[in-house]
Design a binder for this molecule. Structure first.
Ligand code: ZN
Length: 250
């Protein structure tokens, strides 16, 4: 089984883009990944080893002159270490151990960016599971969402049921037999990695800062040179040079 952990970025503030980041993890890698994040957080915060990783909050902490033990360079080191942890486990497995997903939606183009992004990421995760079937490795999937989305719990459940009955715009989702689970991001290291993916995407699409996402592109779900796991809904889709738009135009 693969578990897809999803977190969001850009919802509350005045950002032009809403982003969902997802990290799909093979069940056997959940414990080593969790231990890896635990170990890195202990290294960076020895006095508070249980400290959750939240990219934007720690970015603010790093800018605070009253926290000399955690500066911008500490922040870059920590995000880089977490990125390397993802890449290490993504590569160190016969089948894909970790696959990344992302949905970036220009908010002014749709009524409900969250639901549009959620439908897209779930359908693309299902598409990834179909590729496992074709590779003689049938796997089911389970979606885990941060409780920050809990206020949308009812609409997510209704929409998810409709995806199962009527299919999504990208097809049915037969490989995802259960409704999404909600989990506390503070207590779930894997959701904190999804937060890093969402943050890295948002830095790139909203702020033209590729520092965090560049090393991660290779881990996104791709088929025949296309970034199937990544979707960018933009009015500039004909000229945008992001990997999703660029490879879709080929
Ligand atoms: Zn694009």
């Amino acid at each position: 089984m693969y578990l897809l952990f999803i977190d969001e970025s850009g919802h509350k503030d005045k950002a032009q883009n809403f982003t969902l980041g997802g990290i799909a993890v093979f069940e056997g890698l959940i414990t080593p990944l969790r231990q890896g994040v635990d170990s890195l957080m202990r290294e960076h915060f020895p006095a508070e080893p249980q400290q959750p990783f939240h990219a934007s909050e720690l970015y603010s902490l790093a800018a605070d002159p009253n926290t000399p033990h955690f500066t911008r360079s500490h922040y870059r080191k920590l995000t880089n270490d977490l990125t390397q942890l993802i890449l290490h486990h993504a590569a160190a497995y016969n089948a894909p151990g970790i696959v990344l997903f992302g949905q970036i939606i220009e908010k002014n183009l749709v009524v409900d960016p969250y639901l549009e992004a959620f439908e897209g990421i779930v359908a693309r995760f299902n598409q990834f599971l179909i590729t496992r079937h074709h590779a003689q490795d049938p796997q089911k999937g389970l979606v885990v969402v941060a409780t920050s989305a809990q206020k949308r719990h009812a609409s997510l459940r209704i929409n998810y049921r409709n995806y199962r009955i009527q299919g999504t715009r990208l097809g049915n989702i037969h490989n995802l037999p259960l409704i999404p689970l909600f989990a506390e991001a503070n207590a779930t290291r894997l959701l904190q990695l999804a937060d890093l993916v969402a943050y890295a995407l948002q830095r790139y699409y909203e702020h033209k800062d590729a520092h965090y996402i560049d090393p991660l592109w290779s881990a996104f779900f791709q088929e025949n040179g296309r970034f199937t796991g990544l979707y960018h809904r933009t009015a500039q889709y004909r000229t945008c040079t992001c990997p999703a738009c660029l490879t879709r135009r080929r």
